[in-house]
Design a protein around this ligand. Structure first.
Ligand SMILES: Cc1cc2nc3c(=O)[nH]c(=O)nc-3n(C[C@H](O)[C@H](O)[C@H](O)COP(=O)(O)OP(=O)(O)OC[C@H]3O[C@@H](n4cnc5c(N)ncnc54)[C@H](O)[C@@H]3O)c2cc1C
Length: 458
């Protein structure tokens, strides 16, 4: 069976969707989107009721909307986080591009409320952070909420279908075809081959290994990004309120005394829940919060960045091994009170109940993160929490829980030019799967960059 399209987009996460929106907005609608996961109405994650059961198709990571669909939907409106687009686009142009992408979220139903500190509060908190030895990066955030994101993404689907973009879910791209270093088509999992001169590959973290394999076959150079390894911290919400009330999300960066490693906070969820994330045979921890319903707790990740040079250069395998060890000891996710970790003893269900935080992740096993995390990471995390206690008194106390492990796998990065086009003519690589972004806003913006280049050259 054979089909054709002017542009084939692989993956319907924010990167692929925003590419399609920008193409359609400029009159280019002979576009086929293929998405290996389910339509948004069919996406159901059993882990909302139990812990991760390792579905064959993970409805959290795949399907219309991509990993963004059930994500917390925090649109961080700054060039400082969310990916490596500053490597390709000048800062002023990137700021405009992020504002444009934010406008698309708004157009399809995102809330118009933006969280962010007033300048005086930001300056005061930055001063206090400096005294605690940390750098505080103030950010403006539009929070969709896990419950509202699917509606916004579905409104985008309806619009794209209405203007003639073809969308096929539950169909994977199997092979990107090229002749004489030019894209010629895409083979699909249903046996069809689509003839095309332009492919936008946006397969997200879920499809990163597949895309790296395609890049190797097509002789597109790849480089490794770092891997971030750490824990998800959960505490009573009032403890973090001096940061979360004015800032919503506090982005803190600290360099540890023992190793000089950068340790940072990531994905802060005031009044949220801790969740799991599945990567095939390993389960890691994550977090989200709902726009409408709230818990009494706040969670956030504390991550240590690890980059390898030689002879070992497989950060994904390293992160996976640590996550696998945590899964082995915890039969999934481990949880430990910070005070137990510092006292050098495991947590037990009884010790957990002595603290004020009731774990929001059902099924996490009380245990000992010291048996899992490398000495370097553990030391970095403890130093970070002790430093944070100067800014947020109480965070180093007995009511703070740590879930392990949280791993942020950043895909190997495909070599691309400023249009995000690879050395294979007509093949664009965007979003998290190409190792270029790691957040909703930059992922969407990368789609706009590729689409604009295609429009320019049509
Ligand atoms: C639980 C969770 C919470 C998050 N919270 C936030 C947040 O609050 N703020 C933020 O900025 N970011 C957040 N993120 C990250 C954000 O979701 C991602 O950065 C973003 O979704 C990346 O967009 P993408 O389009 O590049 O990839 P994805 O969203 O991963 O989409 C890629 C799509 O491609 C599909 N695909 C893969 N391979 C193939 C193939 N071969 N053929 C066809 N389809 C394929 C996948 O099924 C997937 O649907 C969160 C992520 C998770 C998992």
């Amino acid at each position: 069976m054979s089909d054709s399209a002017h542009v084939v987009i692989i993956g319907a996460g924010p990167a692929g969707i925003f590419a399609a929106l920008e193409l359609a907005r400029n009159g280019m609608t002979d576009v086929l989107m293929v998405e290996k996961g389910h339509a948004i109405s069919k996406r159901r994650c059993p882990a909302r009721e139990t812990s991760c059961v390792g579905c064959r198709t993970c409805d959290i990571m795949t399907g219309w909307g991509g990993a963004g669909a059930f994500s917390d939907g925090k649109l961080t409106l700054t060039t400082e986080v969310g990916g490596w687009l500053p490597d390709y686009v000048e800062r002023a142009a990137l700021e405009e591009l992020l504002a444009y992408s934010d406008g698309l979220w708004l157009e399809f139903g995102a809330t118009d409320e933006v969280h962010g500190p007033d300048p005086q509060t930001a300056a005061d908190l930055q001063r206090e952070a400096t005294l605690a030895g940390m750098r505080l990066v103030p950010m403006r955030i539009r929070h969709l909420g896990t419950d509202r994101s699917p509606q916004v993404l579905d409104a985008m689907r309806q619009h794209l279908e209405a203007v003639g973009v073809r969308i096929r879910t539950e169909v994977a791209a199997v092979r990107i075809l090229a002749e004489e270093n030019r894209v010629s088509g895409v083979e699909l999992s249903d046996g069809a081959t689509v003839r095309t001169s332009t492919v936008i590959a946006a397969p997200g973290r879920e499809g990163a290994d597949w895309l790296a394999g395609q890049a190797r076959t097509l002789k597109i150079p790849l480089t490794n990004n770092a891997v971030d390894i750490g824990v998800r911290v959960e505490c009573p919400a009032p403890v973090m309120e001096r940061l979360t009330t004015p800032l919503y999300e506090a982005k803190l960066v600290y360099h540890t005394k023992s190793f000089g490693d950068p340790v940072r906070t990531f994905c802060m969820n005031p009044y949220g829940e801790v969740t799991t994330e599945s990567y095939g045979d390993v389960v890691t921890v994550n977090g989200h919060s709902f726009a409408e319903s709230k818990t009494d707790y706040t969670n956030f990740a504390v991550l240590v960045s690890q980059r390898f040079t030689e002879p070992f250069d497989d950060p994904l395998a390293y992160g996976r091994s640590i996550a696998r060890l945590a899964n082995l000891l915890g039969d999934g996710i481990l949880v430990q009170r910070y005070s137990d970790l510092k006292a050098g003893r495991r947590s037990t269900p009884e010790r957990i109940t002595q603290g004020l935080t009731v774990p929001t992740l059902a099924g996490a096993t009380p245990g000992d993160l010291a048996a899992v995390l490398p000495y370097r990471h553990l030391t970095d995390i403890i130093e970070f929490v002790e430093a944070l206690d100067a800014l947020v008194p109480g965070i180093a106390g007995p009511s703070t829980l740590m879930y392990g492990v949280e791993v942020k796998f950043y895909s190997s990065r495909l070599e691309v030019d400023a249009d995000l086009q690879t050395s294979v003519e007509g093949l664009f690589a965007i979003g998290d799967g190409a190792g270029i972004t790691r957040g909703l806003v930059q992922a969407g913006a990368s789609g706009v960059i590729a689409a604009r280049a295609i429009i320019r050259h049509r």
